[in-house]
Design a protein around this ligand. Structure first.
Ligand SMILES: Nc1ncnc2c1ncn2[C@@H]1O[C@H](COP(=O)(O)OP(=O)(O)OP(=O)(O)O)[C@@H](O)[C@H]1O
Ligand SMILES: [Mg+2]
Length: 238
């Protein structure tokens, strides 16, 4: 059974990798900042670092740290204990680099950050069930931290199946689905009809429909204005 979180926050999962989890996590942080003094973002592991301003950085961590009002350490280890170089499945990258993705280290980092913040948004890794180590997955992590889940559906062909399977997995673990977000990652045939189908089939509220945002606004890492823009399409959450 999931433990009851003592503070506000969300675990943001997605129908896949590259569906807009970081954009929506940033949008949720933007909203939570209106109600809470210290809002932090967290990721248990990232895979993929780039040289930015002479420093190896991960783009998700740069985006989340720019919008949160919790002051992170310079190395971001307090918001992400495992930062792997290669953009690939984390357990495989870690294995190649002889790094053990210690589940307890991830949980303890999360707990520490939760102590220091009033609200916390955890961005999941890839889809809902991504392997870490010793049989543990990102779904176990979601269950152990017990935050309500926000599902980001990347609106593209195949997303209905992915969304419904993810909802089933969330429910089978006894987790609460706070709602879902339709994120328009690109042009989609019958977009409105797809959203209406998902509204009918997902047993949780639609928190917002994010349109395809203009290229000038969508940069890597996301700017604060991109995350604020996405937030403007979300219902008020708490
Ligand atoms: N609403 C949108 N409009 C236009 N482009 C978008 C939108 N949302 C996401 N994208 C594009 O999709 C890409 C992936 O988005 P994002 O990095 O937020 O996904 P993610 O689920 O966090 O990925 P990862 O699994 O790597 O963490 C972005 O680089 C961006 O170009
Ligand atoms: Mg991301």
């Amino acid at each position: 059974m999931a433990s009851k979180p003592s503070k506000s926050g969300f675990f943001v999962t997605g129908t896949d990798t590259e569906v807009g989890k970081t954009l929506i996590s940033g949008a949720l942080i933007t909203q939570l900042k209106k109600q809470h003094a210290v809002v932090a973002g967290f990721k248990p592991v990232v895979a993929g670092m780039n040289l930015i301003d002479g420093k190896m950085c991960n783009e998700d961590l740069l985006a989340l740290s720019s919008v949160m009002n919790y002051k992170t350490q310079e190395d971001f280890l307090d918001i992400c204990p495992y930062q792997l170089l290669t953009p690939a499945a984390p357990h495989l990258v870690a294995k190649k680099a002889n790094i053990r993705l210690d589940y307890e280290v991830m949980l303890n980092a999360f707990k520490k950050l939760r102590e220091k913040s009033d609200a916390i948004v955890v961005e999941g890794v890839g889809g809902f069930k991504v392997p870490f180590h010793d049989g543990k997955t990102s779904a176990d992590f979601a269950q152990d931290i017990g935050l309500p889940i926000v599902l980001v559906v990347g609106m593209r062909l195949g997303c209905i199946n992915h969304a419904l399977l993810t909802v089933e997995a969330i429910q089978s673990r006894g987790l609460r689905l706070a709602g879902w977000v339709a994120n328009t990652v690109g042009p989609m045939t019958l977009l409105q009809e797809n959203i209406a189908t998902l509204e009918h089939l997902i047993p949780g509220p639609l928190l917002g429909v994010i349109p395809e945002l203009p290229k000038e606004l969508i940069q890597t890492p996301y700017s604060i204005s991109a995350m604020e823009k996405a937030a403007s399409y979300l219902k008020n959450i708490s």
